[in-house]
Write a protein that binds this ligand. Structure first.
Ligand SMILES: [Mg+2]
Length: 470
């Protein structure tokens, strides 16, 4: 008998990361890393788990929106949904009343992400493959069928995408073997959160070098003299050959055009949208002596031409522009690429409405020759983003030479299949055939951090917060 989707659970889970300063930047000063989470159940033992990332208050609003979006798939046969994931996605976003509170942006869109992510997770589980492998084994035709093309065909048609994907078929097996052997390149964010003091930044930066990283990101934009001092501190550590791991070899091609220092180390800066356009240009120009590769989110995420102006002005200083974690749909990415506004495309697995929309952005970025380095600072985002970077490498761009996928240390222990790193600071390829899209959370985590009735949040409400390990 055909398997159908018979039920769902929506859960609000919040981790009190604001207690530690993890995740802090110039805009987000007290984040509690959270997720609006959905489990989809079927008439068989098959389930799918999806989520969208949030940072505390408001997660309940996203949960309510998920409850509305998920109605679209209730009672549907799963094999019919899987057979054409592009069509399934169009159906998901196509509620003629719900789209008024988007369309394709804001709460309704990130709620749609949770549902689309859960469907892809279920699809991968049904085939006993991790998500990246499910997609990597698609024919080019299946890949195109699974991609959202509406409103982007002026820069990329399905026919052109098909040719791009076909041209990458040769070598796919070799690429898979290579990335399984050496891992996918990563950079670390968790040494440079804004609320960390100098001692903590120095210690974490040295530790990160020891773990094999050679790309480091710091938060900027709250106070110039602090930023300059911290940037110089980090540079003094990462540029000192005495701190290098013995035998560490850095491929010059991997750091080409990245303002790397004498040891091959790369510094990136993230302003989380705090500046107006001219302010961004002036501020970053004054930081140029510390040689950042890029400034991330220098201004409002919707200001495409503003990003282009910043990029044009900073280019002679060797500083690029990165953005995307708040780019709310594929059309924003299309315009960022058309306007030559970015050097680095930072897709977010939960801001865009799931895998289907992301495949379109990967294809556009490859067409424009812009590298994709997903946003992953947040709970569950590293787990998701690794699959997306592997899909990009294996099927779309065919390269991981200059790419680096964000890595932050926090909260991986709450997932049944957390990401892991090798000793060269690279992500290990997820190999568990039952891992789906890797964001199935543990029951114990909901019992502790479910909001508002988990043990931790009850203890807060009672005025006697429990000690927790995050
Ligand atoms: Mg960022």
């Amino acid at each position: 008998m055909a398997v159908t989707i018979t039920g769902f659970e929506v859960k609000d889970i919040r981790f009190p990361t604001s207690l530690t300063g993890a995740g802090t930047d110039a805009m987000n000063v007290d984040c509690d890393y959270s997720a609006a989470y959905v489990a989809l159940h079927t008439s068989s033992s098959l389930s799918g788990y999806g989520m969208t990332f949030t940072i505390g208050r408001g997660t309940e609003v996203v949960c309510q929106a998920i409850e509305l979006v998920v109605q679209r798939v209730l009672g549907k046969e799963v094999e019919e949904l899987f057979a054409d994931m592009g069509k399934t996605w169009t159906m998901l976003i196509g509620d003629s009343q719900l789209r008024w509170i988007g369309p394709e942006k804001g709460v309704i869109h990130i709620a749609t992400a949770a549902v689309d992510n859960a469907l892809w997770d279920m699809y991968a589980r049904s085939r006993h493959k991790p998500l990246w492998k499910l997609v990597a084994d698609f024919t080019p035709e299946e890949f195109v069928r699974s991609t959202a093309f509406r409103y982007i065909t002026d820069v990329l048609t399905p026919e052109e995408a098909l040719q791009m994907l076909k041209s990458k078929e040769a070598g796919k097996k070799d690429r898979e073997k290579l990335v399984r052997d050496i891992g996918y390149p990563a950079y670390i964010t968790s040494a440079g959160w804004l609320m960390y003091d100098d001692e903590q930044v120095a210690r974490l930066t040295k530790e990160a070098i020891g773990r094999g990283f050679n790309h480091f990101k710091m938060k900027v934009g709250a106070d110039f003299s602090n930023d300059l001092r911290r940037a110089k501190l980090i540079r003094s550590i990462i540029d000192d050959p005495a701190n290098l791991a013995p035998g560490k070899q850095i491929d010059p091609a991997s750091i080409a055009g990245k303002n790397a220092g004498p040891t091959g180390s790369v510094l990136m800066m993230d302003a989380n949208q705090v500046w107006d356009v001219q302010e961004a240009i002036d501020y970053v120009t004054k930081l140029a002596e510390t040689k950042p590769w890029f400034i991330e989110e220098p201004t409002a995420p919707d200001d495409i031409l503003g990003h282009a102006a910043i990029r044009r002005t900073l280019k002679p200083l060797g500083i690029g522009v990165a953005t995307g974690e708040h780019a709310h749909n594929r059309m924003v990415f299309k315009q960022l690429l058309q306007a030559e506004a970015i050097d680095v495309c930072q897709i977010d697995s939960c801001r865009l409405a799931g895998v289907t929309e992301i495949l379109g952005v990967l294809l556009m970025a490859a067409k424009f020759g812009i590298i994709v380095c997903p946003h992953a600072g947040g709970v569950g985002l590293c787990e998701h983003a690794l699959h997306l970077s592997l899909i990009d490498y294996l099927c779309v761009s065919g390269t991981m030479e200059r790419n680096v996928l964000e890595y932050a240390d926090h909260l991986h222990q709450h997932f049944i299949n957390p990401v892991t790193l090798n000793s060269n600071g690279r992500y290990n390829v997820p190999n568990d055939p039952e891992a789906g899209y890797s964001t199935h959370m543990k029951d114990a985590s909901f019992e502790e951090f479910g909001f508002p009735n988990g043990a931790y949040w009850r203890s807060v409400a009672e005025g006697n917060p429990k000690e927790v390990e995050l």
